[in-house]
Design a protein around this ligand. Structure first.
Ligand SMILES: Cc1ncc(COP(=O)(O)O)c(C=O)c1O
Length: 431
């Protein structure tokens, strides 16, 4: 079969139309970029190289020539992000949240080290697991460890309270005291409520244990000032994606709040973990878009984060009123952009997610809920309202959406109604 360029254009144009005009996207890890962010990504930086750090008037820090303009963009993005996050250091080079986690793991962990993180069963990300970057991609004298090898990382899991959506503060502190890990990781992928950073940081700081907060999902909410600020509670690093609640291009960042000499040693190792550890040239063409998105968040982040969380709570209530099982009801459903639905009374979560997307244009993902054992056959859907909030939906629309979702869950086809609702919300707000 020969592929014509026109065929490729056709597929891309179908995707553009379907996902930006006809579907309700509730995937919690995605977002839509403003036209300014999108348009600026088509530029000459694509395909260029700029390893190292921006050159300055007094020092050469690059391994390539021809970098004067990306030097300006990279320096501005770093400075603007430091100001927005009110922290001391930022590395804008990781090409994704996973690459940011890889950089930190390569920098701070060695064979046989102990880590405490959230397990996948309670919403932790795969990069913190035995099969992810923390568990296996650790170099010991130039060697990459394989899963289960003798010197692999010993990953321990934070104890949760009975509901499974909160960490048990005092048991977590006891665990740190008991095993004295080499690093702790907070934050997760199914992320409804803040983590007890303050309590854990107190004991970790007294033992000089680095505290990484993985804010991949909640970066936009943190920078909008509407979710816990891990730095104010004592975290050393925040790693994040820049395309989830932070509505920028697909990239990652590492933010730091290093003060002491010891902490600066960690930061310098992380610098090498980023380059050459986890990337070389860092997809330069998307960096101007990150700078634009930082500016958008500076101007509109607080309002956007506020409306996103209000929408998530309203959606939780509206779905509950429709008879859908929304998790964590006794805690107000959520304090983030996400909700967790237990859909077992409607069928198999995997099939439901597929049918919502294919038959109804409602895009979600199936997800494990606390207590589930099989990642391929979980009982939940994870949903996030950050994208539809950016398209201007408010609490009232969450009610309409809940009615459509319930109808789809009981097997009706609501594709036409979904397209009709969506057609009123196609312009990006907070831009
Ligand atoms: C907690 C967490 N960390 C890291 C990542 C990986 O981020 P990325 O997809 O930007 O590589 C994700 C992805 O969703 C995540 O949920």
């Amino acid at each position: 079969m020969s592929v014509e360029i026109s065929d490729i254009l056709d597929i891309v144009s179908k995707q553009n139309h379907w996902r930006s005009k006809e579907t309700i996207n509730l995937i919690a890890s995605e977002n839509v970029q403003s036209d300014s962010v999108k348009n600026i990504e088509i530029n000459d930086f694509m395909g260029r190289y700029a390893e190292g750090h921006p050159n300055t008037s007094y020092q050469d820090n690059r391994y390539y020539e021809g970098t004067q303009f990306i030097d300006q963009i990279e320096s501005m993005a770093t400075q603007e992000l430091i100001m927005l996050a009110n922290c001391k250091q930022a590395d804008v080079r990781p090409i994704s949240g996973n690459a940011a986690n890889t950089a930190v793991a390569l920098a701070l962990l060695r064979g046989n080290d102990k880590v405490i993180a959230n397990s996948i069963e309670v919403g932790g990300h795969i990069s913190h697991s035995p099969i992810g970057v923390v568990g296996r991609r650790i170099q010991v004298r130039g060697k990459v460890l394989r899963l289960g090898e003798k010197k692999s990382i010993d990953i321990n899991y934070w104890p949760t309270t009975e509901d499974g959506y909160h960490l048990d503060k005092s048991k977590c502190v006891d665990l740190v005291e008991q095993i004295s890990p080499n690093m702790v990781i907070l934050g997760k992928s199914l992320f409804l409520f803040p983590e007890p950073v303050r309590e854990i940081a107190e004991v970790c700081r007294s033992k000089k244990i680095p505290i990484l907060y993985d804010g991949a999902h909640v970066l936009g909410l943190i920078l909008g000032g509407k979710f816990q600020n891990p730095f104010l509670e004592g975290a050393h690093f925040i790693n994040a994606s820049t395309h989830k609640t932070f509505p920028g291009p697909q990239r990652g960042v590492i933010l730091g709040n290093m003060n002491s000499e010891q902490e600066m040693k960690w930061w310098n190792s992380i610098d090498r973990g980023v380059m050459p550890g986890s990337s070389s040239s860092h997809h330069l063409h998307t960096l101007p878009g990150l700078l634009v998105a930082i500016r958008e968040m500076k101007l509109h982040g607080e309002k956007y984060a506020s409306q996103t969380i209000a929408n998530a709570k309203a959606f939780g209530q509206a779905l509950t009123d429709e008879g859908v099982n929304v998790e964590a009801r006794e805690f107000g459903f959520t304090e983030s952009h996400q909700l967790a639905l237990n859909v077992t009374n409607f069928g198999v979560a995997r099939n439901i997610a597929r049918s919502l997307a294919e038959k109804n244009n409602i895009i979600t993902n199936y997800n494990m809920l606390p207590g589930d054992k099989d990642p391929k056959n979980p009982s939940g859907l994870r949903i996030g309202v950050q994208e539809m909030t950016r398209y201007g939906m408010k609490e009232g629309e969450m009610g309409e959406l809940a009615t459509l979702m319930k109808a789809a869950l009981i097997g009706k086809s609501v594709k036409d109604e979904v397209i009709k609702l969506r057609s009123k919300y196609t312009k990006v707000h907070y831009a």
